[in-house]
Design a protein around this ligand. Sequence first.
Ligand code: UDP
Length: 507
Amino acid sequence: ALTEPAVAATTPAKAPPHFVLVPFVAQGHIIPLVDLARLLAERGARATVVTTPLNVARQRGAAEHAARAGLPLEFVSLPFPPPGSGLPQDCQNADMVADNYQFLPFFFALPELAGPFDAYLRLLPPPRRPSCVISDWCCPWTAAAARRLGVPWLFFHGPSCFFSLCDLQAANHGLHDLIVAAGDDDEKHAVPGVPVPVTVTKATVPGFFSHPLTLELRDEAMAAMRAADGVVVNTFLDLEAEFLACYEEALGKPVWAVGPLSLCNKDADAEATASRGEVAGAATQQAIIPWLDGQAAGSVVYVSFGSLVRKQPKQLFEVGHGLEDSGVPFVWVVKESEAAAPEVAEWLAALEARVAGRGLVVRGWAPQLAVLSHRAVGAFVTHCGWNSMLEAIAHGMPVATWPHFADQFFNEQLAVDVLGVGVRIGAAAPVMIFDDETVSVKRGAVARAVTALMGGGEEADERRRKAKEYGEKARKAMEGGSSYENLTRLIQSFTMSEAKQHQQEQE
Ligand code: UDP
């Protein structure tokens, strides 16, 4: 349901630029790019998000919001999985991958979208010719099609700029290969070229696609990154100024910091906010919000581990016991796949009975932004996925940090040691999504971190004060401040001159 674009406030005489956005197919990558698409459309550009059928269906809330608001925001689906991939039909998002063995065929099937993407770009008629492709860093297969058409290609890097800088410097200094060659698992290696001390071990060295069988994908992503025309990041100047400056310098390309992107979801459109990322969120909201309405301001801790982490029953029970023992009111999100086993379902029901009135267990997808926006919620126990972390910061909330994998240990360091808004729960080493039979964090650690986070005392007060301050700065960045201005510049950079536009129409 497309309508004509609103007249661009920044470029009245010219046709609006068309941004084509391609997320990697995982919730933590799709959600911020859909937010970015919405912002671009609100600011007068045309935006199209290109993904697969299942992911378009999940974004129905965003599509309906765009239609209601008359925004030139469109969703396009390319066929996936490709025939012969061996993947089940619904395996279109990282959260649908069933086990470790399915990750490899999943990663290898994605670049096969390059052909359909190329065809899609080529067939766009002149008024909708792409002005710029903004592609997730993990989708380097989009770059060739853009190049062939002479369309600028930017990459979107979803994590904190602190992580992106560490990742880039690790790659520039061949740290990954060096550590693998060194052999000693526990040896600490410094990441050079970062303005704060950062050390990594074999387990925590940054880098996506570092499995021996996906190194080719990693190299392709690095090559596309080096040839890119720039990068868009979900952060803001007042949060990561020194890392942004170093990253831009090390990369040698423009870096547009346009976040926190989640702040485009305004309370005024509660339905769109509740269904962000998953239409199912709107139904869950009806159970959570009335419950939160009955709690005192700032008294509730929100506990969620993002879209990918899957906890085995023993670890799940430790979380539940820890929350129970803390005595603090809580909303805890447990995934349907985690709660499915009968013994877990039974255990959760018993916990709910014991903590009735004080604790709420949500099964499935939670409307995270609606929860974080509620006055009753005062803090967040997070796995340190960058979206969750930044959403907490944008809402002025301190965090208890429990990183699991990927960029999360770096985000923890940023929150605790650099920004001073977090308290560590004490997760020592990365755990994999499916193989984690260990109970790496015990109930005592959960209870201690939650009590420290929600309690009184100088340290807790200071964390809350800093978080509130960053929350205010985040809002300002998006409402006319640095991120708003960066988005203006981004749109202007890809707005074609009238003469060029005319020429294109004649071709
Ligand atoms: N999210 C949500 N409800 C849930 C779980 C996750 O709305 O029940 C959203 C959350 O707000 C965030 C994204 O999904 O925007 C998760 O991204 P993040 O980077 O935090 O973690 P990942 O899922 O990539 O590990």
